[in-house]
Each structure stands twice: as structure tokens, then as C-alpha cells.
Design a protein around this ligand. Structure first.
Ligand code: GDP
Ligand code: CA
Length: 326
């Protein structure tokens, strides 16, 4: 069983499938990044996993469809209808139309995801973390916004949708808090708690520890289920050499008071949750401090440069899982 965000989770899963071709893999996907745009329900992380494993992903970009065109977006812009900062292509639009139509007909997101996967055949069972609406919001200073209200010297903060923070603002301003709005009253989607209870091993891929894995763990029952599952829980660090490999995870780690180091992320998850943790070879110096925190740790190459390198990472994670089980 794997908890996954978008790009980091999806790419790792591709390696895991290669490393364990006969394994039944259940993926619990983050839905805190979901957003309603143009009346459509968009689930970026679920779609990234689905497209990546189903062969439809834009490889270099890591999200969105290969061979994409943007006629609909251009036509919307001609009507002055935005947001212009979120890149929805024509092919991708079809996914969101189907999803929104099914949800309008009363199907829960989990059923819709299964229906979408019937086309993509990702080779894993993909479950949203919840069927309930959860939306990650980020608290920022309005004074940091160029087009925000004039700062009169008083402190003024506002919560923006995660996508506005991440995509429109490129995480360029400080995040003071990250709040998965709705998580506290959300229920795990059907199948999630069973998958946790029946898993032989639980993996945290190198996904964002705050807004991907952290959001999934914020759904009541999921963290507790994992901690009590009695099976090895092994994570791979998304932080290599004291910085995120891609993206801006350091900004949201700072918001929860966690340093951007492989060891700090392990301690943030904690030994109550994690049994094993992989850091990159450049962070070999932090292995001891992770072990001192009660988490078995190894330093191995953690750069997902291709499927073979990623499969090797997955094998290391499974080996560490066997080790902590012994
Ligand atoms: P998102 O939802 O698209 O942001 O994707 P995830 O949450 O699944 O993963 C994002 C994280 O993946 C980032 O914090 C990156 O640091 C991490 N990441 C991306 N590529 C690599 C890689 O090759 N190796 C490692 N160790 N981490 C990576
Ligand atoms: Ca995401």
C-alpha cells in the first residue's frame, strides 16, 4: 500500500510496479489539491498517478497529458474567463468533464476514479483518500501580494487555495500555515482502511510530506490505521541535500516548523508512524540521527532519473521493510 501525491508519488509507483510486478498495489491518493475550475472538478494528484501509470502523462512536465493542445483554454480566455494560471489542456478537460458529470449523477469520487481508471488501466488500485471535500489552504500575508490590498502597516493574513499558492504564486511568498480544510470531518473513502489493515507493507513515496502525505494522514482514521497496522512502514525522502528535488516543498515544510532536511522529515513523521526511512547517499551523514530517533535508516541513491533507477529505490524500500520486520 502506498500513499501518493502527484509527480513524486506517480514516478515512484512506476518503479515499484517494475520492482514488484506481481504485487497487488493499492494507492491512496491525495485529494487536498482538488479544485473546482470552470464548473469542473479537477483532481490533479489522482490524475497525475492515473496518467503516469496509464501511459498518458506529459513525461518532461510530469503532470498533464502528452500531446496536449489548449484550444478550450484559449477560447475561455477570449471570453475573459480565467483563471489563466492553471494549465488545463483539451485532453485533460475531457477527464474533468466525465468526472464532474458522474459526480453530478450522484457517484462518489471513489467510484468515478475507478471508472476513469477503467480506461487508463494504471495497474494499481487507485483510491482517493476520501469521498468528502477536503481543500488544502495556505495562510499568507496579504502584504506579500503585489496585487493585494494596500498594506496600512497592520498585519493582515489571508488563506488561499493550495493551487493558488503553488501554481499562481509559485510558493514565492512565505506560508504561515497549511490547513486541510474539511479533513477533520472527512471519512476515509471505501476500501482505504481495509487496504491499510490488509497491507503487507506500507510505503511513503518521495511525495510532499506536508501537502501530499500529510494531507492524507489528516483524514481521521488513516494515520491511526497505519500506526496500528502492525506491518512495516517505510518512507523515501523527497528532500535530497537539504532541498526538495523539484518544486517548493521547503516552503510548506517551513509552515509546519520542519527543516528541509531528510532527517527532519523523518522525525516529522516520527517513529510512531515510520519503521524505516531511506535518505539519498548525499545525506548519508544523517543516517545516525534518524536511527537515534528510533527509525531504521539507510542511504541509497534516491534520484528518480529513470524507471530502472526508480525500481532500484523501490527494491531498497522493500528490502528495508523486510529488515524492520525481522
Ligand atoms: P506533487 O503532488 O506533484 O507535488 O507530487 P508529490 O507530492 O508526489 O511529490 C513532490 C515531491 O517529490 C517533491 O517534494 C520533490 O522533492 C520530490 N521528488 C521529485 N522527484 C524526486 C526524485 O527524483 N527523488 C526524490 N527523492 N524526490 C523527488
Ligand atoms: Ca499535489
Amino acid at each position: 500500500m502506498v500513499l501518493a501525491g502527484g509527480i513524486g508519488g506517480a514516478r515512484f509507483l512506476r518503479g515499484l510496479k517494475e520492482a514488484a510486478p506481481d504485487a497487488e498495489i493499492t494507492v491512496v491518493g491525495n485529494t487536498g489539491d482538488d479544485i473546482h475550475l470552470f464548473g469542473l472538478k479537477v483532481c490533479p494528484d489522482l490524475d497525475t498517478v492515473m496518467y503516469t501509470l496509464g501511459g498518458g502523462i506529459h513525461e518532461e512536465q510530469g503532470w498533464g497529458r502528452a500531446g496536449e493542445t489548449f484550444a478550450v483554454k484559449e477560447e475561455l480566455a477570449a471570453y475573459g474567463v480565467g483563471p489563466e494560471w492553471f494549465g488545463l489542456g483539451d485532453r485533460d478537460f475531457a477527464t474533468h468533464i466525465v468526472r464532474t458529470q458522474m459526480m453530478g449523477a450522484g457517484y462518489p469520487l471513489s467510484a468515478v476514479t475507478e471508472a476513469l481508471c477503467a480506461r487508463w488501466q494504471p495497474g494499481v488500485r487507485l483510491l482517493p483518500m476520501t469521498d468528502d471535500r477536503v481543500e488544502t489552504h495556505v495562510l499568507i500575508d496579504t502584504a506579500d501580494l503585489a496585487d493585494g490590498p494596500q498594506n496600512d502597516g497592520g498585519e493582515s493574513r489571508k488563506a488561499v487555495h493550495f493551487q493558488e499558492y503553488w501554481v499562481r504564486l509559485r510558493a514565492s511568498v512565505a506560508a504561515h500555515a497549511v490547513v486541510p480544510v474539511g479533513a477533520e470531518s472527512a471519512k476515509p473513502a471505501p476500501g482505504v482502511l481495509d487496504a491499510i489493515a490488509e497491507a503487507d507493507v506500507i510505503l511513503f513515496p518521495p511525495s510532499n510530506p506536508v501537502v501530499s502525505v500529510g494531507t492524507i494522514l489528516a483524514v481521521p482514521g488513516i494515520r491511526e490505521g497505519i500506526a496500528e497496522a502492525g506491518v512495516p512502514v517505510v518512507g523515501l525522502s523527497p528532500i535530497v541535500g537539504d532541498a526538495p528535488v523539484h518544486g517548493m516543498a521547503d516552503k510548506v515544510l517551513a509552515a509546519v516548523g520542519v527543516e528541509s532536511t531528510a532527517a527532519a522529515v523523518a522525525q516529522h513523521y516520527g517513529s510512531g508512524l515510520l519503521d524505516g526511512w531511506l535518505v539519498d547517499t548525499v545525506d548519508a551523514g544523517s543516517v545516525q540521527s534518524v536511527e537515534d530517533a528510533g527509525i531504521r535508516c539507510r542511504a541509497v541513491p534516491l534520484m528518480m532519473t529513470g524507471t530502472e533507477a526508480t525500481a532500484a529505490m523501490a527494491r531498497e524500500a522493500l528490502t528495508l521493510a523486510e529488515e524492520v520486520n525481522a
